[in-house]
Each structure stands twice: as structure tokens, then as C-alpha cells.
Design a protein. Structure first.
Length: 189
């Protein structure tokens, strides 16, 4: 499933693999050439999202190239990060999926995923997220988190398919929609 071996070594967490391959997708390291399509994701976002394009047109493609460089450096430091997602039959960026530490830790990170609208409804988010969940379990992690806005029913469906349940915590946000904190216990391999 991966291009790099991984697993729990002597009780310590090991880094996530460099890439993952599923039946239809490749999850790979980011390239700066992903920035224009990455910006499309920003332009498509629901205005209630935490990250939208500002009135000044930011982030620009150049801003997102810098973001990609920062993400790669963070992945090198923490052993976790976001993968660029592409279909195997096209080898072009369609979104991202991976692990982040926003309000979490590298030991119990948050799963994050976002795909271009043109590929919604094909099961790609579930396929990519399942691959990331399984790889996280193989590294020795025992739990993942996910923060989902109450209006994001598609993400709730994906997370439910992966075994995520509500943690009982909801961060109220009347402007953007309350944030439901979901959790998933992993079967460590």
C-alpha cells in the first residue's frame, strides 16, 4: 500500500509514510506546481469556512507555494502532514488528505481532507481518508480527531464510514457554524 515501510518500532511512533496508494488514488508529497489547483480549493470553499480568499485576493498562488514549502518543513519535523491527492489514471492534483496538529498532537493528530468539487460524489474522500487512518494506526497511533462544522454533512458521512464518533465536545461559533469534535480509536498494528 505504501512506497515506504512504516510501523511502531519499540513502542515509539514512527513517521507516516512518504506516500500512499489506494485502488484509485495516489497520496503523495506536495509540489509547488500544486499551488494553482490548491488555490481553486480556496475559491470553492463555503464562505463559512475558516479559510477563504480574502477581499485582497489572498492567498495568491505565490502565497500557497510558500504554504506548501512550510507544510513540507513541518512534515519533516513532526512525521505527519497533508498529502496531495491525485487520481492514478490522471496524475493531477484533486485535493489533499492527511494528518495535522491544529488543536491536536502528533501522537493523536487530526485528520483533514478536502477535494475539488469536480470530483465530489465518487468516494475519493473516503478512500483517501481510510488510507491515512490505516497508515496512522500502523505507525502506532491509537486515536485520531476531526473537527467538522455542523453544516458539513458530506464530511460527517465520510468520517462515519471510517468509524469516527462524536467526542461530545462542540465549540460554539455562531458566525461559521459550531465545530463538532469527532474521534476515532485506531486498531494499532
Amino acid at each position: 500500500m505504501t512506497t515506504q515501510s512504516y510501523g511502531n518500532h519499540m513502542g515509539r511512533l514512527v513517521p507516516m509514510p512518504d506516500s500512499l496508494v489506494t485502488e484509485r488514488l495516489r497520496l503523495r508529497p506536495w509540489k509547488e506546481t500544486d499551488a494553482p489547483k490548491y488555490r481553486e480549493l480556496w475559491l470553492e470553499r463555503d464562505p463559512r469556512s475558516l479559510r477563504v480568499v480574502g477581499p485582497d485576493g489572498r492567498p495568491t498562488v505565490a502565497d500557497l507555494c510558500e504554504n506548501i514549502r512550510s507544510q513540507r518543513a513541518a512534515t519533516a519535523r513532526t512525521g505527519i502532514g497533508l498529502f496531495a491527492v491525485e487520481r492514478l489514471d490522471e496524475s493531477r492534483f484533486i485535493g489533499y488528505c492527511g494528518l495535522v496538529t491544529r488543536d491536536a498532537t502528533p501522537d493523536e493528530p487530526e485528520i483533514a481532507f478536502e477535494l475539488l468539487r469536480e470530483v465530489h460524489g465518487n468516494g475519493y474522500a473516503t478512500e483517501a481518508a481510510r488510507s491515512v487512518r490505516d497508515a496512522a494506526a500502523a505507525t502506532g497511533r491509537s486515536r485520531l480527531w476531526a473537527g467538522v462544522r455542523v453544516w458539513n454533512t458530506a464530511s460527517f458521512r465520510v468520517l462515519a464510514k471510517l468509524g469516527f464518533v462524536s467526542s461530545g465536545r462542540v465549540d460554539e461559533d455562531p458566525e461559521r457554524g459550531d465545530l463538532v469534535l469527532m474521534t476515532c480509536r485506531l486498531r494499532v498494528r
